[in-house]
Structure formats: C-alpha cells, structure tokens
Design a protein around this ligand. Structure first.
Ligand code: DGT
Ligand code: CA
Ligand code: ZN
Length: 575
C-alpha cells in the first residue's frame, strides 16, 4: 500500500472512532498518525519493514502495530470491526461541509439518517435545526453543502488528472502503429476540474491501442472496451476514455472530442448553414461530394469561415465564435510571458521552503523578479508575521539579495483584510514593505453588502498592490464569497490595484468568468503561484496562465509580464 492509501485508512479509522463516540485523545492519535504518514518522504511500507517507523514522530506504538498488519496482510481487522454496523451512506454524510463525524453521529442516532437523501429531507422538514449542536444556520449550511456535493461529485482537480493524462499519452505513443495521441475534453480546454480524461489516438491498428489501454498497470477496472473505444477506471479512481480514429479523421475528431458540447453545437450550426454536416469524422458536403481532408484544427476552423483559430481554452460558446469570425480574438498570454511572480510563502509563515530555497526555485524557473509575501499576524493558524518578525525576515531577504544578484527580490506581505475592511498591519509597516497583497481568509461568508463595503475599503488603501484570491473559493470544497464586483473594481481602478489570478490548482481565483469582467473594466491582473513549497512556484505558469487564457487575457492584461524596470517603477511604484 502506498502512503496515500495508508493515510486514508488512518483517517477513516479516526472518523469511525469519532462517529462511535470514542475519546478525542484516541481520535487525535489517528489523525496525527495520518498526517505523519502523509508527510513522509519515504515509503511507509519500507519503514515498517526496517523498523524505522518507530522513530517517526506522531505514530504511537499501537498504531505502528496496525501499520505492520496492514503492510503484511493488506488488511486491518480493527478497521473491519469499526466499519461493521456503520451504514455506508454515513461516510458520504461525513463529507458534507458542516457535518463531520460528530454531527453525523447525532443525526444518525436522533433521526435515523443514514443517507444523503435522508439528510436532505430532514433539513427541508426542519428537523435538523432543533438538534443539539445544530441550529437554523447550520441546517441551511448543510443544505448548501449537499447541493454542492451533488454538483461536484465525481469531479477532480485538473492537477490530479494532468499527470495521469501525460503518463497515458506517453504510454500510448509507444504502441505500434500509433501516429499521434492528444488529450481532448475538458482537460484540453483547461477546465479547473474534470470528470474524466479523454485521450484521442490516431492509428490504423485500433486493437493494439485498446489492448494497451486495458493492460495499463494503473488500471483498476475496465468499464467497457470495444473496437475503437475503451473506458477504464484507474486505481486512483480517475476514469479514462481512450478513442482511436483513422489518421485522416484526427483533426475533426480532436475538434469534436475537445468540445465543449455547446461550442460543437454552434460550429455544427455554422457548417449546416454552409451546406456541410460536421461530426467526429469529417466535414461532409450535403450534396454528396467527397469531404475535404484536414491535417489540423486550424484548417478546419478556416474552412468553416473563422478568420482566426479558436484556442481550446476559449471553446465554451461564450462569444468566441463571433469574435473569431471578425478576427477580434486577443492574442492569449503564454506561460513564458511571465517575467516574475509575487505571492510566495516561506517557512516564516505556513510555507515549507526557506527564503533561500524559494529564491533558488524562482531563479531556476528563469524569473527576473520574485515577491516574498508571508501571512500577516492575525493569521495565527498560518503562523502569520508580526511587524517585528517582518523586520527580522527582511534581514534574511537582504542576505538572499546578496547571494542571488541575478533576480530582484521584493519583500511584501499577504495582509489579511479584517472583517471591517481594515488591513492587519500598521500604515507605517505597509509603507515600509515593497508590496502588499490584500486577501480575505476569515469571515468569508459575510453578508453581501457588508463584504462589498469591506473589500471597497481594503482596495481604497493606497499601499495595496494586489487583491489576492478575490473569490476565496477552494475548488470542490468551498464556494466563493458573495460581493458586488463593480464597486470593488472601481476602487481597484482608482488605485491601480491588480486583481490576482491565483494559480494554486486548489484555488484558480479569480476564475476565468471573472477574469473577463475584470479585464472589461480595465483592471490589470497579476498571475501568481501562491506557492507554499519550492515545487509549486511553477503553478503560476502551469495553472494560473491557463485560467487567465480562459478569461481571454493577453500579455498586456497581466502586470507581471512587465520587465523588471517597468514592474518596479510603474506597478510597485518603487523609486
Ligand atoms: P467533463 O468530462 O465533464 O470534464 O467535460 P468534457 O467536455 O470533457 O465532456 P465529455 O468527457 O463528456 O465529452 C468530451 C467531449 O466530447 C465534449 O467536450 C464534447 C464531445 N461530446 C460529448 N458528447 C457530446 C454530444 O452529445 N454532442 C456533442 N456535440 N459533443 C459531445
Ligand atoms: Ca471529459
Ligand atoms: Zn491567501
């Protein structure tokens, strides 16, 4: 079993113990052990075998024995005992935001709720609000949570699907007779979450491709396998569809399976108007004459009368076709356009890299500038920095500036926007910093008008340069905050504040829909990684730029495509 599977087992035990009313000490022990396993660099099985597991902090003796049993037998009697008598549906209920094991225990015991539908009904019949530890507010929150769960069920983050897609692409490219493999579907369009991975293969020998797809060692089960299409579920739960077409159909097939469905429907309408039928194989003249062949999607788009090729990220049928006909699509920003990045955390707050490590990472990525911005003091959960600690951090930054003259290091802070819109640092300190990112981390569920006022006030502060992750969402976990964008963007215009496109694959915030609104308002964007480790510095280029592209952003819309001199002088207003 790999570390992630073991971590999941330990977390499940903790949840079951809590559900059964075990003492919190015991529950904590399993939660801590799960976290310890999750943080291990080494393989937990190897540590068990060598006995080194004893020296891992956070894993007590009795849990060590369970890990041994798990490693040797791939089973755990204790877990089976805990599971017995617990209805399956409770596991899902525990994942509803606002529920958790303790509350699940209450609705189970008091209302005999054992499924999501039971819970929804009980909430709607107002039975939950009166239970101990609940209330009208938490009942409403649970209903929201159920709705959210239904919307997101079965989807996963782009960042979880991309590595599997890349692995499978390489695997299939190695199959005899294969001419080309491309990732299609929502993954190609750059969506934040995906239902499955769609792979398209060009080959005249489909059976070999089908066999390779079925025989992939990562496959857990085969959902279906025919002559040209195989669907499998991987061990990590991800579904993958592999389709094979003849090489001459590849361009049309790629266009078709990239979608979106709405975009396809619109294109097909255009084709019909011009006397063609468009499907996954070709663009066929309705008069029966032979269909033209296309080597690329560019040629297909051109044949349909589009003056410009529509990049996959824009294919959502939200005006891109009309713009492409008129030749008015913008030239989209590329990952290589980023000259530097802001919003980087270090060990000083909740990051795992030192200042030196993060600077080195940015140098390796070829950036000309980097902004370090740890959390401000009120973010206690993230070990936020006091004014005093910020001053001490400056010393370390100065040392890095000397050690790495090839990159300009800006010293900033991700300052919390307090409940009333004030910033969590003195004006004096804000002025002393090279830049300020203002973000909301607390009281995310404020009433709309209050949140709007709060944000307008924060964006009226002259020292703020970037509005950090404006929506405050966590993908598949937490919805966006509610506020009126117009007055907030007005304040950003007034102060030349850029709105962040946070490139963390868990956030992607602002999202593409708002990126378009922000740009339309003449407000600039700042594409950042929100990195908490050296390895995630690349998230700005890898995920953030993709989200910005989906929002039709060009290089000119993004402040950190400016060269160092312009960025420093015109955007940060230093010197
Ligand atoms: P997902 O999987 O929910 O993240 O989103 P997609 O867009 O990848 O959707 P998926 O996997 O169901 O289908 C892949 C593409 O195939 C989709 O973007 C467009 C095309 N497609 C699928 N079904 C239809 C259909 O009924 N009509 C049309 N025109 N296109 C379809
Ligand atoms: Ca798909
Ligand atoms: Zn933040």
């Amino acid at each position: 079993m790999d570390n992630r599977a073991v971590e999941a087992v330990l977390n499940e035990i903790a949840a079951l113990l809590e559900l059964k009313g075990a003492n919190t000490f015991k529950v904590r022990a399993y939660q801590n052990a799960a976290r310890a396993v999750g943080n291990l660099q080494e393989d937990v099985g190897e540590l068990v075998e060598s006995g080194e597991i004893k020296s891992v902090r956070g894993i007590g003796k009795s849990i060590q024995e369970k890990l041994k049993e798990l490693h040797e037998t791939e089973e755990l009697v204790y877990l089976e005992e805990l599971r017995s008598g617990v209805p399956e549906g409770l596991f899902e209920i525990m994942t509803v935001p606002g529920m958790g094991p303790k509350k699940t225990k209450v609705v189970w015991e008091e209302l005999s709720v054992t499924t999501l539908v039971d819970l929804e009904t009980a909430c709607k019949e107002d039975q939950v609000a009166g239970l101990k530890g609940f209330g009208k507010k938490s009942q409403a929150k649970i209903l929201d949570g159920i709705e959210h769960l239904e919307l997101t069920r079965g989807r996963r983050l782009r960042s979880q699907a991309l590595p599997q897609a890349a692995r499978l692409k390489a695997l299939l490219e190695g199959v005899a007779g294969v001419e080309r493999v491309e990732v299609a579907g929502s993954l190609r369009r750059g969506r934040e979450t995906v239902k499955d991975v769609d792979l398209l293969v060009a080959s005249l020998e489909p059976e070999a491709v089908m066999e390779a797809a079925r025989d992939d060692p990562e496959v857990d089960s085969i959902i279906g396998s025919g002559a040209t299409k195989t669907s499998v579920r991987l061990k990590d739960g991800l579904q993958v569809d592999v389709r094979v077409v003849e090489p001459r159909s590849f361009a049309c097939a790629l266009a078709y399976f990239t979608g979106s469905k709405d975009f396809n429907v619109a294109l097909r309408g255009m084709a019909l108007d011009q006397g063609y039928s468009l499907n996954e194989y070709d663009l066929r003249p309705l008069d029966g004459s032979p269909p033209p062949e296309f080597a690329t999607e560019e040629e297909l788009h051109k044949a349909l009368g589009l003056a410009q090729y529509v990049p996959p990220e824009l294919r959502e049928n939200t005006g891109e076709i009309a713009a492409a006909i008129k030749g008015e699509l913008p030239t989209l920003i590329e990952p290589t356009d980023l000259q530097g990045i802001l919003h980087v955390h270090t060990k000083w707050s909740d990051g795992t890299g030192t200042v030196d490590e993060m600077v080195r990472g940015a140098v390796e990525l070829g950036y000309d500038y980097l902004g370090i911005s740890d959390h401000s003091e009120i973010a206690g959960y993230a070990n936020g920095l006091s004014v005093d600690r910020l001053h001490r951090q400056r010393e370390e930054i100065e040392a890095a500036r000397e050690a790495y003259p090839q990159i300009r290091i800006f010293h900033g802070c991700e300052v919390d926007i307090l409940g009333d819109g004030q910033l969590d640092l003195t004006d004096e300190c804000l002025e002393w910093l090279d830049f300020v990112i203002a973000s909301v981390h607390m009281e995310l569920r404020q009433e709309r008008s209050k949140m709007t006022k709060r944000l307008v006030r924060a964006m009226s502060h002259p020292q703020v340069r970037v509005f950090g992750h404006p929506l405050g969402r966590k993908l598949l976990k937490r919805d966006s905050s509610a506020f009126d964008w117009e007055p907030v963007l007005d304040a950003c215009v007034e102060n030349s504040i850029a709105v962040e496109v946070n490139g963390s694959p868990h956030r992607l915030d602002a999202d593409w829909v708002h990126v378009r609104r922000i740009r339309a308002r003449g407000v600039k964007l700042c594409v950042n990684p929100d990195a908490h480790a050296q390895a995630t510095l690349i998230d700005a280029a890898r995920y953030g730029v993709c989200e910005a592209r989906r929002g039709w952003a060009s290089k000119e819309d993004v402040v950190n495509t400016l060269d160092l001199a312009a960025f420093e002088k015109d955007f940060l207003r230093i010197g």
